[in-house]
Design a protein around this ligand. Sequence first.
Ligand SMILES: [Cu+2]
Length: 494
Amino acid sequence: MYHLFKSSFACSVISTFLFSILLSAALSGCDSQKSGQKNTHPRHDRIETKGDMVAQLTSPPNVPAPVGNRPAKKLKVEMEIIEKEAELSDGVDYVFWTFGGTVPGSFIRGRVGDEVEFTLRNHPDNKLPHNIDLHAVTGQGGGAEASFVAPGHEKVFAFKLINPGLYVYHCATAPVGMHIANGMYGLILVEPEGGLPPVDREYYVMQGDFYTKGENGDRGLQPFDMQKAVDEDADYVVFNGRVGALTGDKALTAKVGETVRLFVGNGGPNLVSSFHVIGEIFDQVHVEGGGVVNDNVQTTLIPAGGAAIVDFRVEVPSTLILVDHSIFRAFNKGALGMLKVEGEKNEKVFSGEILEGIYRPEGNVIQEIEPDSAEAKPVKSTPLTKAEKIKVGKLIYDKSCFACHQPEGQGLPNAFPPLAKSDYLNADVDRAIKAVIHGLSGEITVNGEKYKSVMPAQVLTDEEAANVLTYIYNSWGNNGTEVSAEQVSKVRKQ
Ligand SMILES: [Cu+2]
């Protein structure tokens, strides 16, 4: 059922079977079998074409319409290389080199047997020659030599799509690493005969790592840093060419009950992606974009210069978070996107929080905060003093807030607003409580800087929220407000 792209695994099946009998016999058995066996791979090079058409190309995160059951055709692809300045992150500019004006480049979609006539144009305003190496091409350099083109020129070359799958294309002009690092990559999908099984939504997501002279977040136009690229010391790791390309109002969308397919590529140049979607399990993954379909996958590895097709049904409303699960890349370097799923709840699949209670392993007494404080205090009769709240609040801060707002509440420019001396915080306690218990999104201004990001709702009891806020209000130059559990409870009910 899952053999969408046909392949033969006879040899590996045989060796797995024989493994249990005798290792060496299995290996030599397989070798002799291999040498005596014909390559049974279908001869897609012999598929005849019928008619011709111009390929529709799309910018990320969109993909062209599926091929369905159309016959193989002569497929005209016209692509323009554009060197242009754009934002890599808020306030951070970069000169990108692009296929079609976007990073990743335009998505190309064909079917097995198609004969592609590829026109590559290098815009006259560009400064450098470029070319294209498509991993879907069987032939010298994947087309690199044939397509090498100077500014103000165009090149035409042709090739037949003989292996179905999802393939990366990229510039291969020296210095190759630099051309790729500047954004010259994209995906070409070669559908099998009859097309991939239809789904409700398809999206195009591609990871890339970026190397800038300044550090992550340093503003202004940032030149490429060759040494950092050689050292594989990325300042940014992003989906679709910039921090936040797929967050907030640019998030991908779907409705409960729909099937979603992500065509996920990794342009590199250096890093391998541990692609994961927080809050979802991949029903099926075309591993490495090829014929093997794996089921029920949590995280799929996408090599630099590789791809995967990821399918899943969305069952409950939520904001799914796309990440590279090498997780500092997600929360500190930008490899984070969102898929917003709207629709009816299904409490059998996911209930949300059912009960908020107090857990007392040692009976009805408060847990010791400090190992050496001898006295156990009854929970209800003695509310915490302000000093105690601050102490407990710090523990919560270090567990729940610290990763984003930073150890001294200083925040991270362009990503997480400061809590230290925050005018936003000090102006309105109820608003701050709301942010903590319900989360916060949309544009806000803190100390004159604009933030337009998402703070997830924090799962905290009224007491915990009161304590952590009291800690924050009494640290780093804030106004000393004491927040009570009752106040949090009131805001929660509003
Ligand atoms: Cu190039």
